[in-house]
Design a protein around this ligand. Structure first.
Ligand code: MV4
Length: 496
């Protein structure tokens, strides 16, 4: 096993990895930018290495600086976390070239799966179901028209290099196809420097369910079940759970999806931790979408239900150890739900919220897990994703996990900044959520229902306004530079 590992990330995931390293008796090195000098990960790690200015392009995305820090601190391996360089094949290769182990999959698998069309081809070759569509990029309108007609409208245009919904266009009729190809292609070109787009049949109101896999470097691979990730806002996951509520009624689906995920992973010569994303339609047909070649934000719900520690397994696998778990050793017990706590204002179009955490009181107790990257007094930088923490609740049943989540949310106090904490309480009480009636359309429908009830809240709004007005004299106007920069960012987001 390694003696010392560098964590090439920040925030809650850096803390999560530092914790795993400490448990394994491995020394940890945190990295930090100017904005993160006093981050929780820096405080918790054994050593810390400065990278550079706050912008990620000058710090957390700088392969040269990270490799240099690892060498200066004599790290034997680097854990990339998620985001940043975690799915960068060049980074994985640079680690190897420097004699440092990249804690993740082989660079070739990262590269292959980075292309959605290549991933689709691998899945098809592996005999796994994919959404009906084209195997390669569209290069002429007439062929595209013929394909769309064969698939049947509505169809979906997607960017080959895509992800996160960029370069995606729904097309409802042939008359709209030409313009949609042009729009999607130019958006893809701007976002990914690659204008290739392809066609898929549109799956209506699908669920988004993903399968976690683990494989060692000796050819042994297992799946550790699914996560339901249908509750998303603008392609950003908000709530995740394990098991998916559909598995309660259709337990054979887990095995079928698990086997499909493993076929794809084997075809890609994959090892370490990875995730296959699937769309699941109303008739429970499932289709492979894409693969994430990294540890996922939402991995804790899998850990709570399986009792496995995915980061420990990542470390052992990267060190060349055998995955000693057999498929039949994996058991799923109870139900776990995770809420992503963001520094954003749910009452103001989820704009990022400025500043310093003036008071923090964290939930604990039975069945509660908090993966946080913040502490009282810390100023949340505006340079990065504003994820503060992930709050997860486990219980023997989904119903009780929801009650535990509500209790934990009520115990959670974060003052000085706006957060989406209270918004989760509303979702936990939503009838569709409680019934497990989920799809990627859930949040839009939830907001529409909420809007419909808004007039009933008028009296409360008047009371709240009165309370604010009476308190106002004693409050100083927020005027720090940090505040105004946050507001500026928020306004720009709003105007996009
Ligand atoms: C789809 C789809 C429906 N039909 N593909 C969105 C991001 C990208 N990774 C794939 N996405 C989708 N692909 C077909 N053929 C619906 C979505 C989609 C979605 C997928 C997962 C989670 C949330 C989503 C929200 C809107 C659309």
């Amino acid at each position: 096993m390694f003696r010392k590992v560098l964590v090439a990330n920040r925030g809650e995931i850096a803390v999560r990895i530092v914790r795993a390293l400490r448990e394994a008796g491995i020394a940890s090195i945190a990295v930090y930018s100017d904005a993160d000098r006093a981050s929780l990960a820096v405080l918790m790690a054994d050593e810390a290495a400065y990278l550079g200015p706050a912008p990620a392009s000058e710090s957390y995305l700088r392969i040269d600086k990270i490799i240099d820090a690892a060498q200066r601190h004599e790290a034997e391996a680097i854990h990339p976390g998620y985001g940043f360089l975690s799915e960068n094949a060049e980074f994985a290769e640079a680690c190897e070239a420097a004699g440092i182990v990249f804690i993740g999959p082989p660079a070739a698998a990262i590269r292959q799966m980075g292309s959605k069309t290549a991933a689709r081809k691998i899945a098809i070759a592996a005999g796994a179901p994919v959404v009906p569509g084209t195997e390669s990029a569209i290069d002429d309108l007439e062929t595209a028209k013929a394909t769309a007609r064969k698939l049947g409208y509505p169809v979906l245009l997607k960017a080959s290099a895509g992800g996160g919904g960029k370069g995606m266009r729904r097309v409802d009729r042939e008359a709209d196809l030409e313009a949609a190809i042009r729009d999607a292609s130019s958006e893809a070109l701007r976002a990914f420097q690659n204008g290739e787009v392809y066609l898929e049949k549109l799956v209506l109101e699908p669920r988004h369910i993903e399968i976690q896999i683990l494989g060692d470097r000796h050819g042994h691979m297992i799946h550790v079940g699914e996560r339901e990730c249908s509750i998303q806002r603008r392609h950003q996951k908000v709530i995740e759970e394990c098991p998916s509520p559909v598995m309660a009624e259709h337990p054979e689906l887990r095995q079928r999806m698990g086997e499909a995920a493993l076929r794809i992973a084997r075809a890609a010569n994959y090892y370490n931790a990875g995730t296959m994303e699937f769309l699941v339609d109303r008739d429970r047909n499932f289709y492979f979408l894409e693969m994430n070649t990294r540890l996922q934000v939402e991995h804790p719900v899998t850990e709570l239900v399986t009792g496995l520690d995915l980061v420990q397994w990542q470390l052992r696998i990267a060190a060349g150890e055998a995955l000693t778990l057999r498929q039949e050793d994996v058991r799923w017990s109870g139900s776990a739900i995770e809420c992503r706590i963001y520094a954003e204002d749910p009452d103001n179009q989820f704009m990022p919220s400025p500043g310093q955490i003036t008071r923090l009181s964290e939930p604990a107790g039975p069945g509660v897990r908090l993966d946080s990257g913040v502490y009282e007094g810390w100023t949340v930088p505006l340079d990065y994703d504003p994820l503060l923490a992930k709050l997860a609740a486990w219980a023997p049943s989904r119903e009780f996990a929801i009650e535990r989540m509500k209790r934990a949310l009520a115990e959670y106090t974060i003052a000085g900044i706006r957060t989406n904490r209270a918004f989760f309480g509303e979702i936990m009480d939503d009838a569709d959520f409680r019934a497990g009636r989920l799809s990627t359309a859930f949040l839009d429908e939830f907001f529409a229902r909420r809007q419909a009830h808004e007039p009933a809240l008028a009296a409360e709004a008047v009371a709240a306004l009165a309370a604010v007005l009476t308190q106002r004299k004693s409050n100083k106007a927020p005027s720090s530079a940090a505040t105004s920069q946050w507001l500026q960012t928020g306004r720009e987001t709003l105007l996009r």
